[in-house]
Design a binder for this molecule. Structure first.
Ligand SMILES: [Mg+2]
Length: 278
């Protein structure tokens, strides 16, 4: 992966390779390529509360333009699929919600997990909602049906709330055979065996893709980076993993990435993907 790290590339201004040149192989195969975009922290800024964020109009227009060039454009989110779809507001984009457990395209919704698994998640959610410590610390519990998210951002004592959330989530994970996933001031509790990586791999195969880009900023996106890495070696595919880095970035994210950018550079990268036509 080291040979494609962005620091190896020049600015392009002096005739050297473009900083985003690592994407050229995907752009050249656009008709058989997929663009996978995480939503929060990539298309939408991180806000103190997830319901306060939005996708800037310029970014939305760039994503729409991508759908004209690429075989598949998918938003891959930890949010429930209808929530992510509402944030993006583009019917032509496939929405993968709930960390790979839901698909939504033009109003057609599918759960990729059986009902008894959703029941276990709902039992855990009910137990967490009744937890007096989490309530006292102001932890926000978001019921996403096939998963549950515990938010600590902006509560009065974030470190203490974080510890309480990890402990309560771990207990529920063990009792109900779920998996706990810490992210950027949010802990997700969800079924095992399905993640952003399994969803990306499935779509890559279903849509018979030959190339893909994934852009993500958080721990759960590493599963997708790993899936692209596996496809690169086994399916002879051309794939690029792009990390959107911040001072909250998990270290593993950068280790698995081929290119690192900041949130403010996302529109520039989408423009490159949309505009550099042969
Ligand atoms: Mg994110």
């Amino acid at each position: 992966m080291a040979d494609t790290r962005n620091e190896q590339f020049g600015s392009g201004a002096n005739g050297g390779p473009h900083r985003f040149g690592v994407l050229d192989q995907v752009i050249g195969r656009a008709a058989a390529a997929g663009i996978f975009l995480d939503v929060d922290g990539v298309l939408a800024p991180i806000r103190p509360r997830p319901d306060e964020t939005f996708v800037p109009e310029a970014t939305r227009e760039l994503v729409r333009r991508l759908t004209e060039h690429y075989r598949l454009v998918a938003a891959v989110s930890g949010r429930a699929a209808p929530d992510a779809a509402g944030l993006l507001g583009l019917d032509e984009v496939l929405v993968v919600g709930n960390h790979g457990m839901e698909l939504l395209l033009a109003g057609e919704h599918d759960y990729l997990v059986p009902p008894e698994v959703i029941d276990r998640v709902q039992e855990a959610t009910a137990a967490l909602e009744l937890n007096p410590e989490l309530r006292a610390l102001g932890v926000r519990i978001e019921n996403k049906t096939a998963s549950v998210a515990l938010h600590t951002r902006g509560v009065p004592d974030e470190p203490r709330a974080w510890r309480a959330v990890l402990e309560a989530a771990q207990l529920q994970a063990e009792e109900r055979d779920l998996i706990m996933l810490p992210g950027r001031k949010v802990v997700d509790l969800r079924p095992t065996g399905i993640n952003k990586g399994t969803a990306v791999r499935r779509l890559f195969e279903d849509r018979q893709l030959r190339a893909a880009v994934y852009i993500g900023d958080d721990r759960t996106d590493i599963d997708a980076f790993r899936a692209l890495e596996a496809l690169r070696s086994s399916a002879n595919a051309y794939t690029v993993s792009v990390a959107v880095v911040s001072d909250e970035s998990p270290e593993d994210l950068i280790q698995w990435a081929d290119l690192e950018i900041t949130f403010d550079e996302v529109p520039e990268l989408l423009t490159y993907l949309a505009g550099a036509r042969p």
